[in-house]
Write a protein that binds this ligand. Structure first.
Ligand SMILES: Cc1cc2nc3c(=O)[nH]c(=O)nc-3n(C[C@H](O)[C@H](O)[C@H](O)COP(=O)(O)OP(=O)(O)OC[C@H]3O[C@@H](n4cnc5c(N)ncnc54)[C@H](O)[C@@H]3O)c2cc1C
Length: 388
């Protein structure tokens, strides 16, 4: 493994930094990865990325990308995450459905959907989880019944991030209730404007409206919107999850928070018996984050060498997201009573970002597969332990 970036890669990093400097307002505060506020600003930012073909730069040119390597893509993701740049749905568009359509979609589906993604004209959401199907996703019950050239969909999804902004949803439905549970599932693309779809907000514990419940009542979905074969949607769904878990951005976000906390310690110079405890704790978290950086670089390096990260993606996911919680926990303690103030308090430090960060740091250890599920994957596929 080569730990150095090439001069061209370093130059690309500078170019991305310059772009971010020019296109994010000077008083810009980093946004959360799943932020749904200031939506118009988020969409406009994506339009600016699209103008440079930077929505999905790692996609092949025929699909609107620049054919970047995984290392280039990782540098890009790292810089955007460090800046806290808005996502505006890219996580679903580019991180999930786009690459899945490239692998499993028909030519017609690729022609219809990929250019709209790379031109930042569309936003997707993910309809996987249901009230009775999260970690055990294959238990999902939303039903689709064939009726001529359509499927008729009835059921409910939950925790659907951004459904209230989305134009389209990729979703899993049960098409054969009698088959073994992994075999009776189909993957559909659904226009969110179709009659019979109701989106209801769920407000999270940090007070943000990011995810939703989505109800389907006799929703007609054309058969041509099916990806892959009927009842074989599980394989399409798993391809998508592999793309979803290779996300390496959280280390850069952690670094930004650690820099804020280091600055705080430098300026306040706390004395007394806690001085060394605080310094040492910060140093430990910094070391851990640098370790995480190496783990995430390894994923990109493997991908550039034609290897498919599997349990390695679970290692970085569980490591980086749990570390994110520890960093925020240290942060609220370091700031003392100020660390509990909401962003709208005039006494809040760093715009209340540490307090909010502490609350929202729980979510990444749950979505894209909980920490327990990641550990199961590491135990089985990484360490060869038996399933039961
Ligand atoms: C912020 C956020 C955004 C989300 N966005 C979306 C979205 O856009 N679309 C979507 O479809 N879903 C989304 N989800 C849902 C997410 O995928 C599920 O919450 C997740 O898969 C866990 O499922 P669950 O909530 O039903 O918990 P459960 O699966 O019921 O798990 C409950 C607890 O049991 C543990 N557990 C379960 N099974 C095992 C096992 N085999 N071994 C050990 N422990 C186990 C879990 O780790 C967890 O601690 C989102 C979730 C969050 C928090």
């Amino acid at each position: 493994m080569d730990f150095h970036f090439t001069p061209e890669q370093e130059q690309l990093r500078q170019e991305i930094r310059q772009f971010l400097k020019e296109n994010l307002p000077p008083d810009f505060r980093p946004v959360r990865p799943t932020d749904q506020d200031n939506w118009e600003f988020q969409l406009q930012f994506n339009k600016k990325l699209a103008a440079r073909k930077w929505i999905a730069p790692a996609w092949p040119p025929e699909y609107g990308g620049l054919g970047w390597s995984h290392i280039q893509q990782m540098i890009f993701a790292e810089e955007l995450a460090y800046a806290g740049a808005p996502d505006g749905g890219r996580v679903f568009n580019v991180g999930m459905i786009g690459p899945t359509l490239i692998v499993h979609g028909t030519e017609e589906q690729k022609r219809e959907h990929l250019p709209r993604i790379t031109n930042a004209e569309v936003v997707w959401c993910q309809g996987y989880s249901e009230p009775g199907a999260g970690s055990d996703l294959a238990s999902l019950q939303t039903r689709a019944v064939r009726d001529g050239d359509d499927y008729i969909v009835n059921g409910q999804k939950i925790w659907t991030t951004g459904a209230h902004h989305a134009d389209w949803m990729f979703m899993l439905v049960r098409t054969d209730p009698d088959a073994p549970k992994h075999r009776g599932i189909t993957f559909l693309l659904v226009d969110m404007k179709t009659p019979g779809i109701t989106v209801r907000p769920i407000v999270n514990m940090a007070g943000y409206h990011e995810f939703n419940e989505v109800f389907f009542e006799d929703v007609r979905v054309p058969v041509k919107n099916r990806v892959g074969e009927e009842n074989r949607g599980w394989y399409v769904a798993m391809t998508l999850l592999d793309f979803e878990r290779s996300n390496v951005a959280s280390i850069a976000g952690n670094q930004r928070t650690l820099e804020t906390l280091a600055q705080h310690l430098r300026e306040r110079k706390p004395g007394g018996p806690y001085r060394d405890v605080l310094r040492h704790k910060l140093a430990d978290l910094w070391i851990a984050n640098e370790t995480g950086r190496m783990l995430s670089y390894r994923i990109a390096w493997m991908q550039d060498h034609g290897q498919v990260p599997n349990y390695e993606a679970s290692v970085i996911k569980v490591f980086a997201t749990e570390l994110g919680q520890k960093i925020m926990n240290f942060g609220v303690n370091l700031l003392g009573l100020y660390g509990q103030l909401e962003p709208d308090s005039k006494y809040a430090l760093y715009g209340g970002a540490i307090e909010k960060g502490h609350l929202v740091a729980v979510a990444p250890t749950i979505y894209s597969g909980t920490s327990e599920i990641q550990r199961n994957i590491i135990a089985q596929r990484g360490l060869g332990l038996p399933r039961d």
